[in-house]
Design a binder for this molecule. Structure first.
Ligand code: ADP
Ligand code: ZN
Length: 236
């Protein structure tokens, strides 16, 4: 049996009534996790972050943990059947009456098709960012070992060096955040993930876009812009 770990689920203090089901979509390093963790409070939604779930699974000394590790550390996608099963098990844990933000799913057309069979997505939050920003950001990124919060040693520093602002956990550099693996992850995104956008366009799923053009754009600026756009569409 696969074991999906609940991760990054917190209760909101400013819940809206909308219960939106959204996908946050963009290349690695576009800020999906950073913005999702801030948007969840504003939208009263759970965040389902596939990368975080896999990093938890990888900590287990199990056949599944070792299998997943082999893909993640090379910057390759975990096979669809595994990902889809993990997602299904995580979706049933979404608190009733709350929406969710999917971060890192779907990443292939097959995953998008599987998702369509499970739920109807209300909106896609699209993040676009040039490759040079991705490489610079990811190679200086740090992640909290305990809660998964994302920092950057240059552009998004924690208050105390090496420690998470939220939970005090140790910050570390992901093994797939090296220049070589980052380049492979960008290629994988272009080849396997980006084509999903065409599908969402054809299905006329509402979408809002945030274009990041500057390295040091504070997350709050992006989040405010995304919320404004969602409100315009009456989605937040
Ligand atoms: P990123 O910063 O690249 O968006 P994530 O933390 O979302 O990173 O994902 C890290 C890795 O976990 C991916 O490179 C991939 O190996 C694996 N992974 C995450 N989500 C999926 C998915 N939907 N399908 C296949 N593999 C995935
Ligand atoms: Zn933390």
């Amino acid at each position: 049996m696969l074991k999906a770990t609940a991760f990054n689920v917190t209760c909101s203090v400013e819940e809206t009534e909308k219960k939106m089901k959204t996908v946050i979509f963009g290349p690695p390093g576009s800020g999906k996790g950073t913005y999702a963790s801030r948007l969840q409070v504003k939208l009263g939604a759970d965040v389902i972050a596939m990368g975080d779930i896999f990093r938890e699974i990888m900590k287990e000394d199990s056949p599944l943990g070792r299998q997943v590790k082999g893909f993640v550390e090379k910057g390759l996608l975990v096979p669809d059947d595994v990902v889809i099963e993990v997602l299904k098990q995580r979706l049933v844990k979404v608190s009733s009456g709350r929406g969710f933000i999917l971060d890192g799913f779907p990443r292939t057309i097959e995953q998008a098709e599987a998702l369509d069979k499970l739920v109807k997505i209300d909106a896609v939050i699209l993040l676009t960012v040039p490759d040079w920003i991705i490489v610079e950001r990811l190679s200086t990124r740090r992640v909290c070992r305990k809660c998964g919060e994302v920092y950057n040693v240059r552009y998004l520093k924690p208050k105390a060096e090496g420690a998470c602002d939220k939970c005090g956990g140790e910050l570390y550099q992901r093994s797939d955040d090296t220049a070589e693996v980052i380049r492979d992850r960008i290629k994988v995104y272009e080849r396997q993930t980006k084509p999903i956008l065409q599908r969402y366009n054809e299905k006329r799923i509402l979408s809002v876009e945030f274009k990041c053009e500057k390295l040091e754009t504070p997350p709050e600026v992006a989040v405010e812009s995304i919320l404004r756009e969602l409100k315009k569409l009456n989605l937040a």
